[in-house]
Ligand binder design. Sequence first.
Ligand code: SF4
Ligand code: SF4
Length: 363
Amino acid sequence: MATKEEIKARKTDIGPPHYERFLHPIIKENYGQWQYHEILRPGVMMHVSESGAKLYTVRAASPRLISTDFIRAICRLADKYCDGYLRFTSRNNIEFLLKNEANIDPLIADLKAEGTLVGGTGRSISNIVHTQGWVHCHSSATDASGLVKVVMDELANHFTEMDMPHKLRIAVACCLNMCGAVHCSDIALLGVHRTPPRIDHEKLPNLCEIPSTVASCPNAAVRPTFIDGKKSVEVDEDRCMYCGNCYTVCPAMPIADPLNDGVSIWVGGKVSNARSAPMFTKLAIPYLPNNPPRWPEVTEAVKNIVEVYVKNARSYERMGEWIGRVGWPEFFKLTGIKFTKYHIDDFKYAGTTYRRTTQMRGV
Ligand code: SF4
Ligand code: SF4
């Protein structure tokens, strides 16, 4: 049994640097004692502790992919106005932490002078949480950063103004692996493949660990076989849902298909359990083409859904709550989105989820 001394000497700080090293002094003194916060204006919040201490935050947009020049620029501002303290939110917003209220206006003026938007609090659209896409992921059906840029260009006024019925969270994931929070955001853009993987039987025996590839398929669509006497695999295309898991394991099964890959749009998800239970997103638009660099079809569709939501939802209704109140037929009518056979989940192994889809309830 370990002695007291041995237990004391054990090293437990084996992960990333301990966050306490980076806490603002006011946060350190009031850790876990925060009583309430107030949004003073778009992008600016006041956090009040039980001790009466106040900390101010100014939230600014970032593109997530940033250079050392950009980091130096925001650090200069944090040094000038925030005693060197800032943080990144889970949606990649930059949050400057200020003890001095008088520094808020000059900080915002400097941010604006550098072209950085301030906003994303309360009844607004926050930065879009997103995945890698064409930056470096091999299985993407669309881009992530490119889509986020063009969508936020269209919706920037809803980031800087709190003019929405409630907060609106958007997410982008560039394939069905869904590294982003697309299953639980108000609007989700999800890259979709629409064709099965293509098997290179020549290369496969040298590149593929066949049992791992067979095991990687969630639908048991990949089976081992022999082609011209060599070990290979075959795909039962009826079972394939084009998820790309097999390609992640076996480079001889590429799935990207520029002509057929594209973007689907899902709506109505949320994580919060305020006022109503958390919700999963449901399919609104099954397919829009990849049309870089500005993706006009996608940006137009998102803008339309946002505008209809702003016009029709009640105060403090999230997207999913609004749709729940008016019903899915009304959602399709108001947005002008066509309801098609592709909205019906006819996947032959979907037995367990079939009756739960909104499409079956709402139409
Ligand atoms: S969502 Fe898919 S394509 Fe995008 S980063 Fe994740 S695994 Fe890669
Ligand atoms: S794409 Fe997905 S469903 Fe289709 S064979 Fe590969 S792993 Fe299976």
